[in-house]
Design a protein around this ligand. Structure first.
Ligand SMILES: *Cc1c(COP(=O)(O)O)cnc(C)c1O
Length: 386
């Protein structure tokens, strides 16, 4: 097939179920075109019941949910917040919104997520300097659960609350628990590229209902109870629209199917390259199940990754590097970083050799075969030339 006429294969495009329109129509008919309404209430309840938390607050983005969690934990100017380094910038930007300072924690090789060893060292030094963090943001990268037992035990020891950035891991489980329910707050994203989407949106979840009430208050401009518009606290305009919550309800109804499909896609890649020594797929921690939001793997070198992405691009296939670690970002150049061990930074290595492959739940068998065949061609060239 000619790549110019072939439709582009995206990394993770939106995948509608067909029921979304019905919820939107209902909202139109009842004129609930507002940042509150029956779909918002129902979506919150359905999310809370799906993941098994006491409550949930629907907001305009995952970033907004992280920001609200930081505010609820009292993070303010001059505070320190520990955060995974190998993640999207949205995990850490809200720390800057509050004038606080992020300290970045490296990954460990088994999950690509926060290293308990590095976290332990960061805490020990912080304790010595009498500057403990106000919160720790733990990311579950590409659907893979971080080593929560070890990480939470360390945070509990120092009595510091945990925010789980589960933006990429909705539907994943860790030892039978749903991803996003193991910290003080959990955060999900419904951005267009995520496993389910409302085009843009997010959810803050917790067992602390009082805190969630406060989140809603802060998300609606912090309006005091008064017969007029009165404000004693700075708020935000962070609530989710009732229209988009309708889309979210229809998407949540098919989440389990979406997880199954993404896991199948992962399995197909893995089996196709079972004999191929030039690629290693992201592992899965025992007793956990990843939603495999994106199939990710490592190649032998950064050069191989660059070549692979360019070659796939020439065939109109979207593949990407893994997140550039935040401690390497110019934005965070002055921030501290704790490596997994003194000899190596795992996140830097994963950044160099990591690749994300097309993984959308709407990817057809035929499309995936085309991606695999295109990758095989590149591997063949690698073996011959190098
Ligand atoms: C997508 C994402 C976010 C932010 O979610 P938005 O809804 O886009 O604001 C936060 N953290 C991680 C790890 C993400 O992948």
């Amino acid at each position: 097939m000619n790549s110019a006429t072939k439709e582009r294969i995206f990394l993770s495009p939106p995948h509608m179920s067909g029921k979304e329109q019905q919820y939107i129509n209902e909202a139109f008919e009842s004129n609930w075109i507002a940042p509150l309404g029956p779909n918002v209430d129902a979506f919150e309840q359905e999310m809370a019941s799906y993941i098994g938390s006491k409550g949930a607050s629907a907001v305009s983005s995952g970033t907004a949910a992280i920001h609200l969690a930081l505010r609820l934990l009292g993070v303010t100017a001059g505070d320190i917040v520990f955060c995974s380094s190998l993640t999207f910038v949205a995990s850490a930007n809200p720390i800057l919104y509050e004038g606080a300072t992020p300290v970045f924690i490296d990954s460990e090789p088994e999950t690509w997520n926060m290293s308990p060893d590095a976290l332990q060292r960061a805490f020990a030094e912080a304790k010595q300097q009498m500057k403990l963090p106000k919160a720790v943001i733990i990311v579950h990268l590409y659907g893979q659960s971080a080593k929560m037992d070890e990480l939470v035990a360390i945070c509990n020891f120092y009595n510091v609350p945990v925010i789980e950035d589960a933006a990429e891991s909705l539907g994943s489980t860790y030892k039978g628990k749903k991803s996003g329910t193991m910290g003080d707050f959990g955060v999900y994203s419904f951005n267009g590229n995520k496993i389910i989407t409302t085009s843009g949106g997010g959810m803050l979840v917790s067992n602390n209902l009082e805190a969630l009430e406060q989140a809603k208050f802060l998300a609606t401009q912090a309006r005091d109870v008064a017969p007029y518009y009165q404000h004693s606290t700075m708020g935000h305009n962070y609530r989710m629209s009732n229209l988009l919550a309708g889309v979210g309800r229809a998407q949540l109804a098919v989440l389990e199917q979406r997880v199954m499909k993404r896991r199948e896609i992962f399995q197909t890649y893995k089996e196709a390259f079972a004999e191929q020594t030039l690629i290693t797929f992201m592992p899965e921690l025992p007793n956990t199940s990843s939603n495999r939001w994106l199939t990710t793997a490592t190649l032998k070198s950064e050069e191989n990754v660059i070549e692979m992405i360019a070659s796939l691009e020439s065939k109109n296939i979207e593949a990407r590097r893994v997140w550039k670690p935040l401690h390497l970002q110019p934005l965070f150049a002055s921030c501290e970083f704790y490596a997994h061990d003194s000899s190596c930074s795992v996140s830097e290595q994963l950044f160099k050799t990591g690749i994300c492959l097309p993984s959308g739940s709407s990817l057809s068998e035929c499309e995936q075969s085309y991606v695999i065949a295109s990758m095989e061609e590149v591997f063949l060239q690698n073996v011959v030339v190098k």
